[in-house]
Design a protein around this ligand. Structure first.
Ligand code: CA
Length: 253
């Protein structure tokens, strides 16, 4: 049997605390359980989720997955179907029978419609077929977490005149709604999750757009300029999204 990646369990990403920054109950680090027996996929997906700012725990078989899922409160469970011990369909059904209402995203190597329907009937919220596009998977995770986080605590960031309600995707400046494009919102959320940290242009382009290299630098500049225009008191002298010379950008809120 494969074992979890050493050191990965409980390896929560750093959250930079800042004066005037208020994070509500869920905080920025939604907790995801990844039940997957393929070690390579666990590592790639685990790294990506950590990089997106999530806390990740792992299980490599169905029995461990069930035990973890009923003993720890997760915000989302990603569930492979073909697993040693107990398959993902049974696990999904048993979790629902046990009253676990956390969103479940099924990762399936099968692609027949029947399997997808079975998964959804057993209580899964969404599925994605392997091999999958990482960007698409991240988007689906975000969508499921948005739905899930309507429950008790809204994820709200507040600093100075800016408030961001991550669940409602709503941004306000001095109490007045600011309209952001979907990409601007994604970029802002990405920067906020890493506030106080200098980020290279390459990394931002890779993580937010999925681009390699800096050939799309202009795209990044346009969106940064758009955010500054909408959020900064004086866009020509930005104090929230600052330029880090020779590197890229940093959110200072
Ligand atoms: Ca498998």
């Amino acid at each position: 049997m494969e074992h979890g990646r050493p050191g990965a369990l409980g390896n929560r990403p750093r959250v930079v605390s800042t004066v005037n920054c208020v994070l509500s109950i869920h905080g920025m680090n939604e907790n995801i359980l990844l039940v997957e027996d393929e070690q390579a996929l666990r590592m790639v997906l685990g790294d990506r989720l950590l990089n997106e700012g999530y806390a990740v725990d792992f299980a490599c078989d169905g029995v461990t997955g069930f035990q973890k899922a009923i003993s720890v409160r997760f915000d989302l469970i990603i569930l492979d179907i073909l697993l040693p011990g107990r398959n993902g369909f049974d696990l999904c059904r048993d979790l629902r029978l046990a009253g676990i209402e956390v969103p479940i995203l099924i990762l399936t190597g099968r692609d027949t419609t029947t399997d997808k329907i079975v998964g959804l009937k057993l209580g899964a919220d969404d599925y994605i077929t392997k091999p999958f596009d990482m960007q698409e998977l991240v988007a689906r995770i975000e969508a499921l977490l948005r739905r899930g986080s309507v429950l008790p605590g809204k994820v709200v960031y507040a600093s100075g005149p800016i408030t961001v309600d991550f669940s409602a995707m709503e941004v306000k400046k001095a109490g007045v709604s600011v309209r952001l494009s979907a990409l601007e919102f994604r970029l802002l959320r990405y920067l906020l999750r890493r506030r106080g940290v200098g980020l290279s242009r390459e990394k931002i382009l890779q993580d937010v757009w999925g681009y390699d290299g800096v050939t799309h630098s202009r795209t990044l500049d346009v969106h940064i300029a758009g955010l500054r225009q909408k959020l900064e008191s004086n866009p020509s002298q930005p104090r929230l999204i600052v330029t880090v010379p020779g590197l890229g950008y940093r959110y200072e809120g």
